[in-house]
Ligand binder design. Structure first.
Ligand code: NAG
Ligand code: NAG
Length: 301
């Protein structure tokens, strides 16, 4: 049986029919067990997956156990529709089945709603999580269970805001962590985060902000790849937005990286912070690109 072909056929049918889909009577896709059909449905874009509910009585409920949800806000004019769609999805799908969740949207005045989505979709068995938020007026509330999730293997978080961490952080299986635009709130919680990832292999820190942090040690015995990009100009621009939580612009952080298995180290930036590589004799692939800071544009210096 060629599943891929069937999936294509199914998608094609749906695309053309827009609500009037005919599944050929001899077509054996319906002979497949629910579990397989759910896998197929989960591989479709979320909106398409939900549309499979119109195929037949049996399909009406199949999509609810969808394991992969990807939600990306589109045009500004369609925001209301998007908000409505996600809120409906939250109450209709079986959130306990979601293993892979991706959400990208503007928060704006809907922080409460976004917090509701986060606590609904992020279940304790989640495996991959990708969150991207813009225009965040107040700290978002991530469910505490996220930070002690034992199944999470991949976590991407992109938000230009202070990351508030609970007192306990332990990602037992987290292998890939990508943090973009995050403002770390203080030395202790930042250390808690990096100490709570014992299985980390791949770490990317992009335009992050360590102004409130004095020193942090990034250590994981399995750490193989580190990518760091920081740009002082970006950070200073953020300060103007007044949502950075009263940063100390003149502060630079000492970042200790202890990676006995580190194979690749990439740094692009202007040395806002100081980096120390410790016990990293095995680095095979290092790329360090330092930009000369522009003079005359740095206030407070
Ligand atoms: C929801 O999903 C979980 C995990 O896949 C499953 O055990 C449970 O039976 C489902 N609940 C319903 C109401 O279908
Ligand atoms: C900013 O950090 C520097 C160096 O640590 C310190 O001397 C200074 O007092 C700090 N300023 C503020 C406003 O916190």
């Amino acid at each position: 049986m060629d599943l891929e072909k069937k999936r294509k056929k199914l998608c094609k049918g749906r695309g053309k029919g827009e609500g009037k889909v005919e599944v050929e009577s001899s077509f054996s896709i319906c002979d497949l067990p629910d579990a397989i059909l759910q896998l197929i449905i989960s591989s479709l874009p979320t909106k398409e997956a939900i549309r499979t509910s119109i195929l037949s009585k049996r399909w009406e409920h199949l999509w609810r156990d969808i394991s992969n949800i990807e939600l990306e806000e589109g045009e500004v004019e369609e925001r209301r529709q998007f908000m409505h769609f996600v809120t409906r999805l939250l109450v209709t799908c079986n959130c306990s089945s979601v293993k892979k969740f991706s959400l990208s949207c503007i928060v704006g005045e809907d922080a409460n709603l976004v917090n509701e989505w986060l606590s609904g979709f992020i279940n304790p068995k989640i495996e991959e999580l990708s969150l991207q938020f813009e225009e965040i007026p107040e700290p978002l509330v991530f469910p505490d269970q996220l930070f002690t999730c034992a199944t999470l293997t991949e976590f991407k978080l992109d938000m230009q805001h202070v990351l508030k961490l609970p007192s306990s952080v332990h990602f037992r299986c987290l292998r890939t962590l990508t943090l973009s635009n995050i403002i770390f709130s203080d030395t202790y919680s930042t250390q808690r985060l990096f100490s709570g990832c014992p299985a980390l292999e791949d770490l990317s820190l992009i335009d992050y902000n360590l102004k409130n942090v004095e020193v942090v040690c990034i250590y994981s015995p399995l750490l193989r790849r580190i990518y760091i990009r920081e740009n002082e100009d970006d950070m200073l621009d953020e300060d103007d937005d007044d949502d950075t939580g009263g940063l100390n612009v003149t502060n630079s952080c000492k970042v200790l990286i202890v990676g006995t298995n580190l194979k690749s180290f990439t740094y692009h930036g202007d040395c806002m912070n100081e980096y120390f590589l410790v016990h990293s004799t095995l680095v095979i692939d290092a790329s360090i690109q330092v930009q000369v800071p522009r003079t005359g544009t740095t206030p407070g210096k």
